[in-house]
Ligand binder design. Structure first.
Ligand code: MSP
Length: 620
């Protein structure tokens, strides 16, 4: 039996598991089942990525040590995977001792081969979070201190990524399906073709990480540590290289560029395939804590069953592309495809065998036309599974269901006649094939129908129903659901789960609300801009004088220069936070803050009024 090793990403512990994490893990678990069906000996790993400053801070905020905190959240991931009945063979944590040794082994191997050197790294540093800020420019203000980020230089080990531009391009060329889907491969090629820069892979400014054994003032920087978890998970098992790393598209570069480069540098084998899927959105919107639209998987599984969730995610979304989740669509698909489709075919076929043939599979062979449809669709479904095209595979399987439904109606076995045996055998045997084919996506329902067909062995490809076999007890697998109460129940459970996870992460859910007294503390006033000018040396800042009805206009330093020219502002009515602690910026003391909407691209849009309002009026 050939071996097959696949991985999910190892998830960060600074967020509790949600439906996005579940999406990847469910897809990986379904692939594992496809491979098992095809006779491979499969290992699927998942895990948690537990180092870094963010984790250290989250632990501190809860009064816990980082170790205590990561245990808690890693455990939460493992618990949720169990609740979703996902079969994970190994769960790898980056805080595992064996893992730390392996990261050092990778480092030493790269070093021995001449791909590691010591250099200095200079970057803008946020003091409170004790980390470098990658996307800030000199002069940018650290929101946590109100002061510009500090420039900090530290000694780091560097990885000579630049040496791998050509070797990687050659590798992609020789292994055209290393990165999939095609669109992701093209992204990777375009990125590498620009030429790669060396990578700083250690830090002395972080404490919560894997220490560099040969130089313990350093810890490894996140990705050098994280990627190696794929190796550690099967260390000593003769499983490497991995056959597949399944990931979300946002971590493509780390997997398709850095990871193969690290392994080439060490002289170790490269994984065979990286598949990056798209993002799961909520009602076409990005899921995020600040939008409050994160969906958790367990309320859905508890209400509709794990299989319904698995089916929806893999059928609704074209794997590889972005897709959207919504409760309406979930229940809609459940009723149309599962209750009226597969569930209905199973119950009508089995009940007729019960009723007309005393529960024994009749002696007949399949109708040749239906048998041909089943064979063709099965092959197409398996091919689609091989390409990880779940939605297409399921479409092919459902083409069998509709063909058999139509066949039953045409034959009308309830009218009796000579063809009843053949009709019932044909339908039941097709149902048996459907069971095998949907098993990777809906293992529980497939098992249930399999048993109702009277099958006792393991679900496996090939074979046919045996004449005379007694069917099991017939019970509906997908009862029809009333949309409104079902959705309401899921949303109630969702609220409870949200609160439970918030408590786990150390945040009281009430913290989302402030009292009216809290709000009353903020002194918001209508002001009028009297003058505006650029601030020297700071391209985002404007120096404003704003009249808020006091004797003197206030000096306000505002980060709005990229959106507004000084002359656009003079005379304009604006909203000012008048009792904010004064703060010094570029030698000016800002005596308040101007209120603006902050859009996704970072551009501010000033708050204003449609009616004329007097200067100095209070907002409340
Ligand atoms: N720790 C890194 C991965 C290291 S792998 C060596 C990380 N962790 S993460 O917690 O942010 O998880 C990211 C992965 O979770 C994504 O790549 C994707 O597989 C999954 N997803 C998280 N949210 C998702 C969506 N909204 N939609 C689809 N997948 C999502 O990055």
């Amino acid at each position: 039996m050939s071996k097959y090793y696949l991985t999910t990403p190892i998830y960060y512990v600074n967020a509790a598991p949600h439906i996005g994490h579940a999406y990847t893990t469910i897809a990986a678990e379904a692939i594992a089942r496809v491979k098992r069906l095809q006779g491979h000996e499969v290992v699927l790993t998942s895990g948690t990525d537990e180092h870094g400053t963010k984790v250290e801070r989250a632990a501190k905020a809860q009064g816990k040590t980082p170790g205590e905190f990561v245990d808690l959240i890693s455990n939460e991931f493992q618990t949720i995977w169990k609740k979703l009945d996902l079969q994970i063979d190994r769960f790898q944590r980056t805080t595992d001792k064996k893992h730390a040794q392996n990261v050092n082994r990778l480092f030493e191997a790269c070093k021995q081969n001449g791909y590691i050197y010591k250099g200095t790294y200079t970057g803008l540093y946020a003091v409170v979070s004790e980390s470098f800020v990658n996307d800030a420019k000199p002069g940018d203000i650290d929101p946590e201190t109100g002061k510009p980020y500090e420039e900090l230089t530290e000694e780091n080990y560097f990885f000579k990524l630049s040496a791998f531009t050509e070797p990687l391009l050659k590798f992609y060329d020789e292994h055209p399906d290393f990165v999939q889907p095609e669109i992701r491969r093209n992204e990777v090629l375009a990125f590498v073709k620009q030429g790669l820069e060396d990578l700083s892979i250690t830090r002395t400014s972080i404490k919560w990480g894997v220490p560099v054994e040969s130089d313990p003032a350093h810890v490894f920087y996140v990705w050098f540590d994280a990627l190696m978890a794929y190796w550690t998970a099967v260390n000593g098992e003769d499983r490497w290289p991995a056959d597949l790393h399944l990931i979300g598209k946002e971590i493509l570069r780390f997997h398709a560029v850095y990871w193969p480069a690290f392994l080439m540098a060490a002289g170790w084998p490269l994984p065979k395939k990286i598949f990056a899927h798209g993002w799961l959105l909520f009602e076409n919107d990005k899921m995020s804590k600040s939008r409050g639209n994160i969906v958790r998987p367990t309320p859905i599984a508890e209400t509709m069953g794990v299989d319904a969730l698995r089916y929806f995610l893999l059928r609704e979304i074209v794997f590889g592309q972005d897709g959207s989740f919504s409760f309406d669509a979930l229940v809609g698909r459940y009723n149309s495809d599962l209750a009226n489709g597969l569930g209905n075919l199973a119950s009508r076929t089995l009940s007729m065998i019960q009723q007309y043939r005393a529960g024994a599979i009749p002696q007949a062979s399949s109708d040749p036309a239906i048998a041909a449809i089943v064979e063709k669709a099965s092959k197409a479904a398996l091919d689609a599974y091989d390409a990880f095209e779940f939605s297409r595979a399921l479409e092919h399987i459902w083409s069998i269901i509709s063909a058999v439904d139509k066949f039953i109606v045409e034959r009308a076995p309830w009218k009796g006649g000579n063809s009843v045996d053949e009709t019932l055998y044909t339908a039941a045997n097709a149902l048996r094939t459907v069971c095998v084919l949907v098993h990777p996506v809906m293992p529980h329902a497939a098992e249930a129908i399999w048993q109702q067909l009277g099958e006792t062995g393991k679900i496996a490809l090939g074979g046919a129903l045996k004449t005379g076999q007694k069917i099991g007890k017939v019970a509906g697998v997908f009862p029809r659901l009333d949309a409104k109460p079902t959705i309401q129940k899921m949303q109630e459970l969702e609220e409870a789960e949200k609160a439970r996870q918030a408590a786990l992460m150390g945040k009281a859910p009430e913290a989302n609300f402030i009292t009216i007294d809290d709000f009353a503390k903020v002194d918001l006033r209508v002001g009028q801009v009297k003058s505006a000018e650029a601030v020297k040396g700071a391209d985002k800042l404007l120096h404003l004088k704003v009249d808020i009805g006091e004797e003197e206009p206030r000096t306000i330093v505002a980060g709005i220069a990229l959106a507004y020219k000084p002359e656009q502002l003079v005379g304009r009515k604006v909203v000012i936070v008048a009792n904010l602690q004064p703060r010094k910026l570029r030698g000016l003391t800002s005596q308040g803050m101007i209120v603006a909407a902050s859009l996704g691209d970072g551009q501010p849009v000033l708050a204003s009024f449609l009616e004329d309002v007097p200067v100095g009026a209070r907002l409340k």
